[in-house]
Design a protein around this ligand. Structure first.
Ligand code: GRF
Length: 200
């Protein structure tokens, strides 16, 4: 049984895709052992609750220092003891201590074809605003291992999505989520669960 902890920051649509894929069997032999948000009151925690998955908020706002926050996040992950950590719409910079402890056991979904539109400042809608500004005809999403450098780890999977005339950032974001993010993230987790992709 693959134990998975999912880290979120907002709406949780990628989390929803994962939960549905586990329930539907596309992701076999897997248990989502917990969802951790760095922001309180986000809909992702509501989604976890709706699917009977324990949800937790570990927010930097609740700690006197970043070091205390990091310690609390490490402790929560130790409590869940996941085999795999999935960053799904997670805008938190993961502490190096966790990256080292879970080497090649943390994956992230990025809403562009890395290395395009990635790195510092490229997250959420901003990614699609920049893609439209540059005039690319193809964009998409990437699943990659997480290392100490933002959006830099080994690429595991990518899926291309066409940019259409008249696209707004919001319309493009929705297409990339629907046609790419919500497809490749569950697919990769399923392959990890089946041993087709090696972690650790
Ligand atoms: C999405 O654009 C995702 O690619 C990015 O964060 C945004 C929100 O994701 N990582 P979600 O709806 O919270 O899963």
């Amino acid at each position: 049984m693959l134990k998975v902890a999912v880290l979120v920051s907002g709406g949780g649509t990628n989390l929803e895709a994962i939960l549905k894929a586990v329930e539907g069997g596309e992701i076999p032999d897997t248990q989502i052992v917990g969802v951790i948000s760095n922001n309180e009151g986000v809909y992702a925690l509501e989604r976890a609750k709706n699917h009977g998955v324990p949800g937790f908020c570990v927010s930097p706002k609740d700690f006197d220092s970043r070091d205390d926050f990091n310690k609390a996040l490490v402790a929560k992950l130790d409590e869940l003891s996941p085999d795999l950590i999935v960053l799904a719409g997670c805008l938190l910079k993961i502490p190096d201590e966790i990256i080292h402890k879970y080497n090649r056991r943390i994956i992230n979904i990025h809403p562009a074809l890395i290395p395009a539109f990635s790195g510092k400042g490229f997250y959420g809608l901003k990614v699609h605003e920049e893609a439209l500004k540059r005039g690319v005809k193809i964009t998409g999403a990437t699943v990659h291992f997480v290392d100490e450098i933002l959006d830099n780890g080994e690429i595991i999977a990518q899926k291309a999505v066409e940019v259409r005339p008249g696209d707004t950032p919001e319309v493009l974001q929705k297409r990339v989520m629907e046609e790419a993010e919500w497809v490749i993230l569950p697919e990769v987790i399923g392959k990890i669960a089946k041993g087709d992709i090696k972690i650790g």
